[in-house]
Design a protein around this ligand. Structure first.
Ligand code: 4NP
Length: 162
């Protein structure tokens, strides 16, 4: 199973999702079964480490983003990954523009994976871009990634243990 989280810059939201997912997958002892990566639809931050604010907010919750570097999504990623999980509808639209038609079902929104029982996020479709906002935005990204990645692991578990 292989998953790529996708946002615009690959320095705030998708590296946060990658770091949270790696941590939770490790706790669930599934690290050998799931390949995890992230990428941006834009090209501004290729080779750059995650944003300091994202790194520090993640670090305070025990997630390490230091080793990650920005990269841009490429058409070949639709062959490499089973799921391309986008943060917002603009990311989905950008992915669809470069996706081979037969691979479109691989594109999903992260918040689809939050369990319906988690009322905190019911009706929240997107992970909002925190780049131009304050510190709260980065905490909210982490809260959303934690809720959705737990749901994602639960959704994948039947396929991984089969
Ligand atoms: P991300 O946030 O998509 O969550 O990584 C952004 C990072 C950089 C920019 C926009 C959003 N930017 O305009 O450079």
């Amino acid at each position: 199973m292989s998953i790529c989280f996708v946002c615009l810059g690959n320095i705030c939201r998708s590296p946060t999702a990658e770091g949270v997912m790696r941590h939770l997958v490790g706790e669930a002892r599934l690290a050998e079964r799931i390949l995890i990566d992230s990428a941006g639809t834009g090209d501004w931050h290729i080779g750059a480490p995650p944003d300091d604010r994202a790194r520090h907010a993640a670090g305070r919750r025990g997630y390490k983003l230091e080793a990650l570097r920005g990269r841009q999504i490429a058409p070949a990623d639709f062959e490499r990954f089973d799921l391309l999980i986008a943060m917002d509808d603009k990311n989905v639209a950008a992915l669809r523009r470069i996706c081979p038609p037969e691979q479109r079902d691989k594109i999903r929104l992260l918040m689809e994976f939050v369990p319906e029982t988690d009322s905190r996020w019911s009706g929240t479709r997107e992970v909002a871009d925190p780049y131009f906002g304050g510190a709260d935005g980065f905490e909210q990204v982490l809260d959303q990634c934690e809720a959705a990645c737990r749901g994602l692991i639960a959704a994948l578990r039947p396929q991984l243990t089969a």
